[in-house]
Design a protein around this ligand. Structure first.
Ligand SMILES: [Zn+2]
Length: 239
């Protein structure tokens, strides 16, 4: 195989592996970040819920106290009813009793409403806590995988980068710039084997003359359609 082509194949192998390592990490940081945001949001929602629950509890207590107070008043008015001497006094007391009874009813309705709301809020709070716990587990897992992958790939990545540095120096500049340009344009793949008479990058057929040249290995051939460097696949397996 021609030396330049061999160097290009080697470079492509290193870059493909480096891409794989980056891709592997690519998902995990995103997962960790998303989970952290979701957990924060959930916790914030829960803190709002908790404040509402406390406000409702205060409302329940104050309305219960109010009811107690009004009940005492009514009892007093009812006792006074026995002592009145005029119809006017009687009517005034009866009106007062009715007024307070209405106020008690309102306070009781308010308590009921607050209790119902708290029941709903407490349920949501409980569900949310479970959700946070589950997401927390997932986050821990993702963080663990991320750390493990980073640790596991760190050495390989550094090793590949070192090899790449050496490899790049061996490739002639003009070929290297084509390689970089095609790699960028073609989803990271700039050097591909010829397979079943076609470019394995874009699957277009390679004309017979070019195929002959590829097998002769005395010049560097590129695909007419995608611009990728082509090499004879069989040769690689024999190496
Ligand atoms: Zn092609």
């Amino acid at each position: 195989m021609q030396k330049v082509l061999q160097q290009l194949v080697e470079l492509q192998e290193l870059d493909t592996r480096l891409d794989e390592l980056i891709e592997k990490l690519g998902d995990l940081p995103e997962t960790v970040k998303t989970l952290e945001i979701q957990i924060d949001n959930e916790k914030e929602q829960n803190s709002i819920r908790k404040t509402s629950i406390e406000e409702n509890d205060t409302l329940i207590r104050s309305n219960a106290a109010k009811t107690e107070d009004l009940t005492l008043k009514i009892t007093k008015y009812k006792e006074q009813l026995f002592l009145v001497t005029t119809n006017r006094e009687y009517d005034a007391l009866t009106a007062e009793i009715e007024f307070n009874e209405t106020a008690i009813k309102e306070a009781e309705d308010q308590v009921l409403q607050s209790e119902e709301e708290n029941e709903r809020l407490n349920k949501a709070h409980e569900d949310s806590e479970k959700n946070v716990e589950e997401m927390g587990k997932k986050l821990k897992e993702a963080k663990g995988s991320l750390a493990a992958t980073q640790k596991e790939t760190e050495k390989e990545k550094a090793d590949l980068e070192k090899k790449r540095e050496v490899s790049v120096k061996q490739v002639p500049r003009n070929f290297y710039s084509v390689y970089q340009r095609v790699r960028k344009a073609r989803n990271g793949l700039a050097v591909v084997p010829l397979m079943r008479d076609a470019c394995s990058g874009c699957h277009n057929r390679v004309i017979p003359q070019k195929r002959v040249d590829i097998y002769k290995k005395n010049q560097v051939i590129t695909c007419d359609f995608c611009g990728r460097f082509l090499y004879a696949a069989e040769e690689k397996e024999e190496e």
